[in-house]
Design a protein around this ligand. Structure first.
Ligand code: C2O
Length: 525
């Protein structure tokens, strides 16, 4: 194993990914951020300098952080934010996983402003997948706003704006897209240069391309396809899968899929790569938005727009849904043991005429804690405060920190029911989970549970799942990773309005922890 070191300086810059200049958050002046690549077993050291006017923290989405919960990078949960002008070094090893991951800031809605990038973990086991492809490439996609997220947030959080999430102005593939400046009008106040272009990806006839798709956005689900070229899914969220042939697939925020394109079409033409936003997930319209976000696939390195590129005839989704994970089968067999504990979570939004609209999980709405819940827990466990070891919903934390303490090494079955008219891509930190069952129908049929609570041979494992509007998902994970782990909707607007809860696992081990001085030091400033 080797040690790989990166230096990240976060600062506000004026950039124009689609021609429209705006204040964004860049890493080392760039957007998207640099590619981090490592082998499983390696140590990653990332020195972060925060030159932003606000605090920040960087989360390594999908990495287990087993034994290093304090490197998980979640503000208010595993660390205090790195203060403006401050530095912090993330230092951890990557073990027992490989595949497509990413990183992003985990402080309010700032991840939508640009500080995102790919994190690819290789392994000798990857060789077994390489029979499916010749070339390995990352393709980031995300929704894009022409305004700073912190400027959009107050309106969204104001009373009466339920399902009034800011609707993106554009979408980006590989950090770029075309935008028609004239849509803005002369008095818009935006500076728009009519020079932005769509991304172009060159392919060589006869080769097979593994595109590692990552939705690094804030809100939108994309329906991804490539004209004239069927795709084969071979990975989802770091879990290699048996090849699944599709024309189109939905990629919710924070999800990753590897798809293989076989370059076997006529080289006389170019073709569109499409990342069409599922506008059924939006509560409003945005006249600026062209939801048909595109990039070019070219066999000849030309950037001429396709003339006879054919979109698939299969209909786009007419509902706010995700790809059904039960269609996927892990390439490397995994067996889910029966659950030993069961928890149910209900997610909804509550509106009051005079109240701020907030999102709730089991009646609680998360706000960032000034003292990270991890720090509270370690101190509480060490003082033998028994409220930190009551299994189930913990009474040790303040009301807006909904923490479930999982006893021993439990196998957790978690039923998440979505009582909202929007889909929610839920992400669990520190673990990947088996997708036991999902449904677009709000009511879980309890009579089916005993049949599900058995050893499940080779069901799909992932770390982010779309819970359809008014639907539910039953997921299972082995809670063996000590620490405080967030479970939240990855739509940044929703997380910020409270759609987040936490699991506390292995409090027996946490009790023996001494949090590193530099982690504790972040709370002292
Ligand atoms: Cu990408 Cu809390 O996570």
């Amino acid at each position: 194993p080797s040690t790989r070191e990166y230096n990240f300086t976060l600062s506000e810059v004026q950039l124009s990914p689609d021609g429209v200049f705006r204040t964004m958050i860049a890493i080392n002046g760039r957007f998207p951020g640099p590619l981090i690549r490592a082998n499983t077993g390696d140590r990653l050291i990332i020195n972060v300098q925060n030159n932003l006017p606000n605090g920040t923290a960087i989360h390594w989405h999908g990495l287990f952080q087993n034994g290093t919960n304090w490197m998980d990078g979640t503000s208010g949960i595993t660390q205090c934010p790195i203060p403006p002008g401050g530095r912090f070094t993330y230092n951890f090893t990557v073990e027992n996983q490989f595949g497509t991951y990413w990183y992003h800031t985990h402080y309010s809605t700032t991840n939508g402003d640009g500080p995102v990038g790919p994190l690819i973990i290789h392994s000798p086991d990857e060789v077994k997948l390489q029979k499916y492809y010749d070339v390995d490439q990352v393709v980031l996609m995300q929704d894009w706003y022409h305004d700073y997220s912190q400027a959009l947030l107050p309106d969204y959080l104001a009373s009466g704006s339920e399902n009034g999430e800011p609707v993106p102005d554009n979408g980006l593939i590989l950090g770029t897209n075309y935008f028609n400046c004239s849509k803005l009008g002369p008095d818009s106040g935006y500076v728009c240069e009519q020079n932005s272009t769509r991304a172009a990806l060159t392919v060589e006839h006869g080769k097979r391309y593994r595109y590692r798709l990552i939705n690094t956005g804030a809100f939108a689900t994309f329906e991804f396809s490539i004209d004239n070229h069927p795709l084969s899914i071979i990975e989802a969220d770091g879990t290699a899968t048996e090849p699944l042939a599709v024309h189109r697939l939905e990629i919710a925020v924070a999800q990753r899929y590897s798809v293989v394109l076989t370059a076997n079409q006529s080289t006389a033409s170019n073709y569109w790569m499409r990342a069409q936003m599922n506008t059924f997930c939006f509560g409003d319209d945005n006249p600026l938005l062209d939801a048909d976000v595109r990039a070019l696939i070219t066999y000849t390195n030309s950037t001429i727009e396709p003339t006879n590129s054919i979109d698939w005839k299969d209909a786009l989704d007419v509902e706010c849904v995700g790809l059904n994970s039960s269609l996927l089968t892990p390439f490397f067999r995994t067996e889910a043991p029966p659950a030993t504990v069961f928890y149910a979570l209900a997610a909804n939004f509550q509106i009051g005429d005079y109240a701020i609209d907030r999102a709730y999980i089991n009646g609680t709405s998360w706000t960032m804690s000034n003292v990270p819940t991890l720090n509270q827990a370690v101190a509480g466990l060490q003082s033998s405060n028994s409220t930190f070891t009551t299994s189930g919903v913990s009474s040790a934390f303040s009301a807006n920190q909904y923490v479930i303490d999982v006893p021993d090494i439990a196998v957790v079955d978690l039923l998440i029911t979505n009582y909202d008219e929007g889909g929610h891509p839920f992400h669990l930190h520190g673990h990947s989970f088996w997708v036991v069952a999902t449904s677009p129908d709000q009511y879980f049929d309890w009579s089916t549970y005993s049949a599900l609570n058995t050893t499940l041979p080779n069901v799909m494992k992932r770390d982010t799942i779309m819970i359809d509007a008014y639907g539910w998902a039953l997921i299972r994970f082995v809670a063996d990773n000590p620490g405080l782990w967030a479970l939240h909707c990855h739509i940044s607007w929703h997380m910020e309005s409270g759609l987040l809860m936490q699991f506390q696992t292995r409090n027996d081990i946490m009790k023996t922890w001494e949090l590193p001085a530099d982690v504790l030091g972040l709370c002292a400033t």
